[in-house]
Design a binder for this molecule. Structure first.
Ligand code: NZQ
Ligand code: ZN
Length: 388
């Protein structure tokens, strides 16, 4: 196990009805709030009214930024920064899924920076300060509710890039599983794949002697698998939605489940290049990329893949070799994604070979991807080709 430092400052308020605590949670941060949300789900569900009532109860002035896109755009982030400056905003409140939360973090950091906020995403500047932000999560997927990461798309340059900072952790996140009852089936599926993928990025590691971290990862994967189909068949099943929500938050909250381990993140890097050009949902892209990445790299540490097959999918060893086990585990992953309705190939989105070279080149812009196996441009292109 490697030495590590872990700090996560986000207060999690979890459970049915917890939006009623929004006023008291927000009050310490000031009187002018930028309320950030997406294209309308929070109005349809009545959450917008509830949020406004809570903010009115503490006498807060509310400035609204609606219309944050899935795969949030840099242009929306810049609009938010302007609004904050114009109205002297003290606090950014994100109400929505990962896209709304990520845009809000970029806004919060951008307000306190004189240069172009895109600098943070291009590694040209480091975040030294940010407005405080908080969140009400409405979709279980990204873990953005308890981490300092933001992923934003620059539509002009066709780039989707991320930053991570200690300054952009939400001060609090309200996690009420009933708010996810209205998430459509396809977005629930995307969220399930994303949660599992976050665990994969940490679990498939060359770091030895980390049995607790391995079991934390395996137990999240098992819990997601056990609850996925219930949440899809019965969207208002509280237990299933609550379990998925907790899994999503723990799967990517600054690396608690993989402390002391080298992480990978190559598949996320590859997926972001697909979304950057084709604007497909993140989870759907991961469903296409991850099983192919697994096939491409499993030989680097075949026994880890064999363990995954045995412990997560319950595949019996019998007389199987590690390689047979590994391949069975990869097939089980693909079969599960397909069973819940996640896509398997780029052709599902009519994506062909046209931009594979650009995607492969951009994926390694800041150096080789991943750790389990270091991937260069040719490797990325090979994985994308396998995914066609
Ligand atoms: O815009 P609205 O109307 O809110 O609709 C959204 C959106 O269309 C809808 N939705 C959300 N909650 C709902 C709901 N519809 C009905 N009822 C609800 N309760 O769902 C759609 C997708 O929302 P989005 O926020 O885009 O989804 P998700 O949470 O999957 O976020 C995806 C984004 O997060 C990034 C991805 O790359 C992508 O840009 N990621 C962020 C990470 C992070 N910050 O740590 C890590 C991830 O790996 C990921 O890269
Ligand atoms: Zn993800």
């Amino acid at each position: 196990m490697h030495s590590f430092t872990f700090q996560n400052p986000t207060k999690i308020v979890f459970g049915k009805g917890t939006v009623s605590q929004l006023g008291s949670l927000t009050e310490p941060f000031g009187k002018t709030v930028l309320l950030v949300y997406g294209s309308g789900s929070i109005k349809r569900t009545g959450l917008h009214d509830e949020v406004m009532n809570q903010l009115q109860s503490i006498g807060a002035a509310v400035v609204e930024l609606a219309g944050i896109e899935p795969n949030p755009r840099l242009s929306s982030v810049k609009r938010g920064i302007e609004l904050c400056r114009e109205h002297n905003v003290d606090f950014v409140l994100a109400v929505g899924g990962g896209s709304v939360l990520d845009a809000s973090k970029a806004i919060a950091a951008g307000v306190r920076y004189d240069g172009d906020v895109w600098d943070f995403f291009m590694h040209k500047a480091v975040i030294r300060d940010a407005l405080p932000m908080g969140a009400i999560l409405t979709l279980s997927a990204t873990g953005s509710e308890m981490n300092g990461n933001s992923v934003v798309s620059n539509w002009e340059t066709k780039q989707k890039r991320s930053f991570g900072s200690q300054h952009t952790y939400p001060r609090f996140s309200i996690l009420d599983p009933t708010l996810t009852f209205s998430v459509p089936r396809d977005q629930t599926v995307n969220g399930i794949v994303d949660i599992m993928s976050h665990v994969f990025e940490q679990y498939f590691s060359l770091t030895a002697d980390v049995p607790l971290q391995e079991r934390l990862c395996e137990s999240i994967l098992q819990t997601v698998i056990e609850n996925a189909e219930t949440a899809l068949d019965k969207p208002d099943d509280y237990a299933a939605r609550a379990n998925l929500m907790l899994c999503g938050t723990l799967a990517l909250n600054g690396g608690l489940i993989s402390v002391g381990m080298a992480n990978d993140w190559a598949s996320h890097g590859i997926e972001h290049e697909i979304s950057a050009i084709y604007d497909i949902p993140h989870g759907a892209g991961l469903s296409i990329v991850f099983p192919n990445w697994m096939k491409y790299v499993y030989n680097e540490r075949v026994e880890r893949f064999a363990q995954y097959a045995e412990r997560v999918w319950g595949i019996e060893r019998g007389s199987k070799s590690d390689e047979d086990m590994a391949l069975a585990g990869i097939s089980a992953t693909r079969a599960f994604f397909t069973r819940i309705g996640a896509p398997a190939t780029l052709s599902f989105y009519d994506i062909g070979e046209e931009h594979l070279d650009v995607m492969a080149r951009e994926a390694v812009l800041f150096g080789p991807l991943g750790n389990f196996k270091k991937l260069n441009q040719e490797d990325v292109k090979e994985i994308l080709t396998m995914a066609l």
